[in-house]
Ligand binder design. Structure first.
Ligand SMILES: [Zn+2]
Length: 168
């Protein structure tokens, strides 16, 4: 029997987002199984040949998440006040569904994944910070929910989106 070193480690499931591919992540270098959503595949232009190759040999599979997982991610995005694209949301939803790890350098994706206890790894970007977005009056600092529209009801100043750090 012959074993390559890669056989000793259990294969993981990893889900690629657009930023990972743009930053040059190559799934062919690793022993793991990869997934990508059709939305991300459509989005990427840089390094697309790497992914096309990996898809052709079955290293990367194209898959859409089920609606229940998408709904769960959308709810968390709203709770945190994040602004994520459909492609971002579906990438996290797929990781949730498959119990996989998201590969991404997008801050919003990291933030939402952590909140959902989805594993997430960056290439250039990694942090343990968790952030909640709220709207805050630039005058009197009164806090508002993220979907608040209009001026401050106390002092009439502008109300802006602001990150609130939450420790791990
Ligand atoms: Zn105010």
């Amino acid at each position: 029997m012959f074993f390559s070193p890669a056989d000793k480690t259990e294969k993981k499931i990893k889900i690629l987002d657009a930023s990972a591919i743009i930053h040059g992540y190559n799934p062919l270098f690793y022993n793991d199984d990869y997934y990508i959503t059709p939305e991300v595949l459509e989005e990427i232009e840089t390094n697309k040949i790497i992914i096309d190759q990996a898809i052709n040999i079955g290293k990367v599979k194209i898959k859409s998440p089920k609606k229940e997982f998408i709904d769960k991610v959308i709810k968390t995005v709203k709770d945190l006040g994040e602004e994520l694209s459909e492609a971002d949301i579906k990438t996290i939803a797929l990781a949730l569904e498959l119990d996989g790890e998201v590969i991404s350098d997008d801050f919003g994706i990291h933030n939402v994944s952590k909140k959902l206890n989805v594993k997430v790894r960056g290439i250039y970007y990694n942090t343990d910070k968790k952030i909640i977005w709220r709207k805050v009056c630039i005058g009197c600092k009164k806090k508002y929910p993220i979907d608040y529209e209009g001026e401050c009801e106390v002092c009439g100043s502008e109300v802006k989106r602001k990150a609130i750090n939450v420790k791990k």
